[in-house]
Design a protein around this ligand. Structure first.
Ligand code: FRU
Length: 516
C-alpha cells in the first residue's frame, strides 16, 4: 500500500517537475557490472532500470542511431509514459541518455516517431542548425478517466542538439481529436515526390493518413484498413515505407501494423500489408493475413527514418501485452528485439517481408568452424556447451522432420520442431524455465506456417539470457520468444524424426559477447 502511494507520488512529481528541468539524469550510462542481473540480455537493448515498451522516434542523424522508447522510470510496470532515450553508432552498443520527453499538461507521452527536418520546413531550425522533430501521442489520463473518447491527441517537439534536449511546440496539440478513441502512434516520413510530410496514424481499427508541409499543420488525406487484415484487437504503431522487390526493379509499399490481440500464437503481434501508395492513398488487395514474426514476442516494431544507404531497419518490443507486466523482473523489465534489416522477396508469386538481424550482429558472434553431422533415423545428436544462452546457433539441413532441444542441468528445456509435410515450425517453451507467471506463456505450443519452404533450410537462432530469435532462410520465417531459464542452457540435442538419414551441415555454436 505504502509502496503504491510512493509510486503515485513519484509519478506526480515527475509530471510536475517537467517545466523546471526537462532532462534530469534518471537514466544514465550503466557500468557493465550493473547489467549482470538474472535474465538481463547481454546483446539486446534493455533499459537501465524501470519499465520499457514500444520503440519510439527511431531516427538516424549525424552518425547516430537514436532509440527512444516507451518508458516508466519509477517502477518495473507500465506507468505514466516518458520517452527513454539511447544512442548508438552501430545499433548494437547503446549509450543510455537522460530521458527525452516527459509527460506534461497535455498528457502522457505515448508512441510516435522522429524526423530530420533537413529543409527546416517547421521553422524550428536556428542558425543553420537542422532540427530533429518528434511527433508523438498525448494521452490524457483525466480525459480517459471521465469516460471521454477524445483523450488522445498528437503533439510535436524539436531538438537542436541532436536529441540531447527537447523543446515542446507551444501550439500543441497539432492534431486534435473529434471523438475518435485510440487515435495514436504517429509515424511520419518525408515523401520526396510530393515534397510533403506524410503521417500514418492509428484510429482504432484502421489507419488515417495525414499530410503536412511544415510538421505543424496537418490534413487528413485518406484512410485505410477498415475490415482488412487481422482485427482481433485495436491496431497500434503503424509504419509505411517503400521497398524494392529483391532481384527486380519493382517497388511496393509496405504497411506494418501491430494488432493488440489475436496474433497467431495469442495476444499481440505484428501484421503487414503489401500494396501501393500514390502520395495520398495506400491500397492493398492482399487477402491472406501476413505476420512479420510468428512468435509471441515481437510487438509495436517500426523502422528508422533517414537510415544510411536507404536501408529499412526495424526494432520491435520483445514482449506481448498478454503477460508483459508479469514476466520475471528485478530492477528493469523488457527488452527490444535485435535490430533487423527488412527486405521484400517474391516467393511463389507471393510478396514476403523478410526480416533478419543486421550483419553487424552476426559479426559479433565468435567464428567457429562448421561441423557436419549425420543423424540416423530415430537417433539423437548431442553436444554440451557452457552457455547456449549467449550464442548464435546455426545449421543447414534438408526439409526433414527434426527436433532441436536446448536444456540445462535443472531439466528445463526449449524445443524447436519441424513437421516437413505440413510445413509447420513449432516452438515448445512449456518447460523452458520460469513459466508459471502466465497460463498462456507456459502452456501453449507456438507455431509458424511459412509460405513455401525450400528443400534446404538454413536456421539461425540467436539466444540471449531471456530470449530466442529463430530465423529460417535468413528471415523468411521468424519466431521471437522470451524464455526465462533458471540457469543457462548447456546441452544441445538434435533428434532425427524423419524416415531417412538426417544430414546437417555447417552446424555452429558461436558465443556472443556482452555489449554492456
Ligand atoms: C503499443 C501501445 C501504443 C501506445 C503505447 C503506450 O504497445 O499500446 O499503442 O502508444 O503502447 O505505452
Amino acid at each position: 500500500m505504502q509502496k503504491r502511494a510512493l509510486l503515485l507520488l513519484l509519478a506526480t512529481v515527475s509530471i510536475a517537475c517537467k517545466e523546471i528541468r526537462d532532462n534530469p539524469p534518471i537514466s544514465g550510462a550503466q557500468s557493465a557490472a550493473e547489467f549482470q542481473e538474472p535474465n538481463r540480455p547481454q546483446f539486446h537493448f534493455s533499459p537501465p532500470s524501470g519499465w520499457l515498451n514500444d520503440p519510439n522516434g527511431l531516427v538516424y542523424h549525424e552518425g547516430v542511431y537514436h532509440l527512444f522508447y516507451q518508458h516508466y522510470p519509477h517502477a518495473t510496470v507500465w506507468g505514466p509514459m516518458h520517452w527513454g532515450h539511447a544512442v548508438s553508432k552501430d545499433m548494437i552498443r547503446w549509450e543510455h541518455k537522460p530521458i527525452g520527453l516527459f509527460p506534461d499538461e497535455n498528457g502522457l507521452i505515448f508512441s510516435g516517431s522522429a524526423v530530420v527536418d533537413i529543409q527546416n520546413t517547421s521553422g524550428f531550425g536556428k542558425d543553420g542548425q537542422v532540427p530533429l522533430v518528434t511527433i508523438f501521442t498525448y494521452h490524457s489520463m483525466q480525459g480517459e478517466k471521465v469516460g471521454r473518447q477524445d483523450f488522445q491527441t498528437q503533439g510535436i517537439a524539436y531538438s537542436l542538439d541532436n536529441g540531447d534536449t527537447w523543446i515542446k511546440y507551444k501550439g500543441n496539440p497539432v492534431i486534435g481529436n473529434d471523438g475518435v478513441k485510440d487515435l495514436r502512434d504517429p509515424k511520419v516520413f518525408w515523401h520526396e515526390e510530393t515534397q510533403s510530410w506524410i503521417m500514418v496514424l492509428v484510429a482504432g481499427d484502421h489507419i488515417k493518413l495525414y499530410r503536412s508541409r511544415n510538421l505543424r499543420d496537418w490534413d487528413n488525406i485518406s484512410d485505410f484498413g477498415q475490415g482488412q487484415g487481422a482485427q482481433g484487437g485495436v491496431w497500434e504503431c503503424p509504419d509505411l515505407f517503400p521497398l524494392q522487390v529483391e532481384g527486380s526493379e519493382e517497388e511496393k509499399w509496405v504497411l506494418i501494423i501491430s494488432v493488440g490481440n489475436g496474433a497467431p500464437n495469442g495476444g499481440s503481434g505484428t501484421q503487414y500489408f503489401i500494396g501501393d501508395f500514390d502520395g495520398i492513398t495506400f491500397t492493398s488487395d492482399q487477402i491472406p493475413y501476413k505476420w512479420l514474426d510468428w512468435g509471441t514476442d515481437n510487438y509495436a516494431g517500426v523502422t528508422y527514418n533517414n537510415a544510411p544507404n536507404g536501408e529499412r531497419l526495424f526494432i520491435g518490443w520483445m514482449s506481448n501485452w498478454q503477460y508483459a507486466l508479469k514476466t520475471p523482473a528485478t530492477t528493469w523489465r523488457s527488452a527490444m528485439t535485435l535490430p533487423r534489416k527488412l527486405s521484400l522477396r517474391k516467393i511463389n508469386g507471393e510478396y514476403t517481408l523478410i526480416n533478419y538481424p543486421l550483419t553487424a550482429v552476426e559479426s559479433l558472434a565468435e567464428e567457429t568452424p562448421g561441423e557436419q553431422v549425420t543423424i540416423p533415423i530415430e537417433e539423437i545428436y548431442s553436444k554440451m556447451h557452457p552457455s547456449l544462452n549467449q550464442a548464435m546457433i546455426s545449421f543447414t539441413l534438408p526439409k526433414q522432420d527434426f527436433k532441436l532441444t536446448l536444456s540445462n542441468e535443472k531439466g528445463e528445456k526449449t524445443a524447436v520442431l519441424l513437421d516437413a509435410a505440413s510445413q509447420l515450425l513449432m516452438l515448445d517453451r512449456t518447460a523452458s524455465g520460469i513459466t508459471e507467471f502466465n497460463y498462456e506463456f507456459g502452456n501453449k505450443l507456438q507455431y509458424a506456417a511459412p509460405e513455401s519452404l525450400s528443400d534446404t533450410l538454413e536456421f539461425s537462432i540467436f539466444m540471449d539470457a531471456s530470449s530466442m530469435e529463430l530465423f529460417v532462410n535468413k528471415g523468411q520465417c521468424v519466431i521471437t520468444a522470451q524464455l526465462f531459464p533458471n540457469q543457462p542452457y548447456t546441452h544441445l540435442e538434435i533428434e532425427n524424426l524423419s524416415n531417412g538419414e538426417l544430414r546437417i551441415t555447417e552446424l555452429k555454436i558461436r558465443p556472443m559477447p556482452s555489449v554492456w
